[in-house]
Design a protein around this ligand. Sequence first.
Ligand SMILES: [Zn+2]
Ligand SMILES: [Zn+2]
Length: 147
Amino acid sequence: MLSTNALLQCVCCGRAKPMYDYAPMTNICSICTGLSAREAANMARATTIAQINLERNTKDGRKIKRQEDKAAQYATTGKKCGSCHSVKPAGDYAKCAPRTDGLQQDCKACNNMKATLLRTGGKLTDWHKVQSALRAQNDAGSAKSGM
Ligand SMILES: [Zn+2]
Ligand SMILES: [Zn+2]
C-alpha cells in the first residue's frame, strides 16, 4: 500500500502533488487531466523549460551557459588570439573543454606555426620572437581601424 503522503511530480504542470491527486497508473494530476490537449501541451512545455533552467543552475549548467554566451559574443566580435593578437572567428580556434569559453587561447594558425617551428629545431625563445612580431603587426592594424 502506497503512502498517501508520498508526492508525485505531475509530468504536465511539474508540481509535486500527493498520490490521491492522480488517477491510478497516471502521472498527470487531476487538474491537468481536465485541461484541453492544447493547454496541457503548453503546460508541459513550460515545465520542460523550467527544468532546463534548473539544470542550468548547477555548476556544469552554468559552465555550458557561459560557453554559449561566449560563442554568441564571438559570433559578432570574434576572439582575440593570445599569441598573435589577431581577432578571429571561433572556428579558427581548437576546442578545449576545460577553458571558460571551451576554446584554446591561441588560434590554430599560431598553434601550427609554433609546432612547426619547434619540430624544425626552433626554440621556444624563437617562437616568442615570432609571437611579438605578429602582435606588433596586428596591434598596429587594430589601432588604425579604431578597434
Ligand atoms: Zn498537473
Ligand atoms: Zn594566433
